[in-house]
Each structure stands twice: as structure tokens, then as C-alpha cells.
Write a protein that binds this ligand. Structure first.
Ligand code: F6R
Length: 263
């Protein structure tokens, strides 16, 4: 894993946006894996600005989101489809037909999960997958104990995740406790993975991801198996890493080498 430790959330978003912009410039027909939650919002704003400045185009891009609440229609205010439209898709030159979010109100959600896997495979797989991380180490809605080779399926949310996401729902609103999520195996199939995390409340999860054992207890630790995973974090999220100075040293050496090679 490449560990990139930056000053704050603003730098993390800009670094993540640079990776996405580079991918789009390298391959304007990229297949992107996208995430919801608070963390990617600033990255999406950055990409919207670059799209308006004609630095990047999404005209020929296809996207697949990680997850969706089971039981919500795409037009529901709290659905992840609605979130993606509001935070990104409505503001860029993407064809919405090319954007995919698991169908929360599918007549048969089990079939919808298999279809989602099929759609990703038919698109040729995901080139670049964006991830956030839960305080409990979840990626997508792969909660602790998720199978490390799992595929898109229905997952029950933990109490901690339901509590963390309660901030988006009003008190009298139904808050789903089930989801459809890409599996850990689905995520590991992406050709490149970028995980963003900011804030002290993610520090334990980041330590378990980077320095903990490979374990279903921390689903994000599965990224240790990925050959092209970048963990982009701020100082606060990095604060519980034992080897923080070493990771900074490695990254500085990497940057020096790339500069010397003119990359
Ligand atoms: C969202 C997702 C989740 C979030 C995670 C962190 O699609 O799959 O794994 O990335 O819960 O959420 P935030 O960024 O709100 O802290």
C-alpha cells in the first residue's frame, strides 16, 4: 500500500482529485468506482470545477457506486443515488445512463446484486475505485466479519454505522438497516483503489487497515492484498500509526524518484 499523509482534509481532497483527473486524462473512457459519505464531497467539488474548466471530461466515463440503502428508491432524499446526482452527476458532463448505483428498490434485490456484478464485468471492470472508511473499518457497507472475497450482496448494517449515518435522517424518518454493497472481492478487483480518510475519529480504523493483521474484523485491511492501493489521510487520521515517520520518508523518496524520472 502507498501511504500518503497530508496536512488536512483540503489537501487530502486535492490529492484524491489529482489522481482522478490523471486517470480521466490518461483514459477518457475510464470506468470509475465511486463512494458517498462526507469524505468524498470536497473531491467531487474539485472534479466539478475541473470539468467546468474543461480540464477533464466525463462524457465517455462510466461509474459504479459502492452501495445503496435497501428499501429506498433512487428519488428518496437519503438514497445514495440522490446523493450522487446532487453532489456530482448533476454538475458534470456525464450521461446519467452511464452512472450506476445499486437499485435499493429492486423487486428482487438478490437478482439486482448479481446483475450489478454482471454490469461491472460487462463494462470491463473498474479502473479506479474511490473509498471512504467507517470508524469500524468498513469499506462500502462491508461491515466487520464480511468475507474477504465477497461479491455484491445484501448486508446488514451494524449499530455503529446506523448511528454514524443517523445524522442524515430526521428523527421521524425511516432509516434503513440493510444495504446492497459491492463485496470486498469486488473492490479488490478494481485496477487501482484510492481510500481517503480524515479526522481523528478514523485513526483507529486507519491503524487497523495499515498496520493491523489482514482480518475480516477490519474489512479495509483487505487492501493489504491489493497491488495498487493508495491510502490518502490527514495528520489526524494518521495519528495512531506506529510508523508514521517511516511512511512519510517512503513517500518523500517516491516523489523524489518520480521527479528524477520526469513523471
Ligand atoms: C459510502 C460508503 C461508506 C463510507 C464510510 C465513511 O458509499 O461506502 O463506506 O465511505 O462510511 O463515511 P464518511 O465519509 O461519511 O465518514
Amino acid at each position: 500500500m502507498q501511504i500518503v499523509i497530508l496536512k488536512d482534509a483540503k489537501e487530502v481532497a486535492a490529492y484524491g482529485a489529482d489522481i482522478f483527473a490523471a486517470q480521466l486524462i490518461h483514459n477518457p473512457q475510464s470506468v470509475l468506482g465511486l463512494a458517498t459519505g462526507s469524505t468524498p464531497v470536497a473531491l467531487y467539488q474539485d472534479l466539478i470545477a475541473r470539468n467546468r474548466n474543461a480540464e477533464v471530461s466525463f462524457k465517455n466515463v462510466r461509474t459504479f457506486n459502492l452501495d445503496e440503502y435497501l428499501g429506498l428508491t433512487g428519488s428518496h432524499r437519503q438514497s445514495y443515488r440522490h446523493f450522487m446526482n446532487e453532489q456530482l452527476f448533476n454538475h458534470i458532463d456525464i450521461d446519467k445512463h452511464n452512472t450506476h448505483v445499486p437499485q435499493g428498490d429492486a423487486p428482487d434485490p438478490f437478482v439486482a446484486c448479481d446483475d450489478y456484478e454482471q454490469a461491472i464485468a460487462s463494462a470491463g471492470g473498474i479502473d479506479l475505485q474511490l473509498l471512504g472508511i467507517g470508524r469500524n473499518g468498513h469499506i462500502g457497507f462491508n461491515e466487520p466479519s464480511s468475507g474477504l472475497t465477497s461479491r455484491t450482496r445484501i448486508k446488514t448494517l451494524t449499530k455503529a454505522t446506523i448511528e454514524d449515518n443517523a445524522r442524515f435522517f430526521s428523527a421521524d424518518e425511516f432509516q434503513p438497516y440493510l444495504s446492497i454493497t459491492m463485496g470486498i472481492g469486488t473492490i479488490l478487483d478494481a485496477r487501482k483503489v484510492v481510500l481517503l480518510a480524515t479526522g481523528e475519529n478514523k485513526a483507529d480504523a486507519i491503524r487497523a487497515t495499515v498496520e493491523g493483521p489482514l482480518s475480516a474484523a477490519c474489512p479495509a485491511s483487505a487492501l493489504q492484498l491489493h497491488r495498487n492501493a493508495v491510502i490518502v489521510i490527514d495528520e489526524a487520521a494518521a495519528s495512531k500509526l506506529a510508523d508514521i515517520e517511516f511512511y512519510k520518508h517512503i513517500e518523500a523518496q517516491n516523489q523524489k524518484l518520480l521527479k528524477r524520472l520526469g513523471k
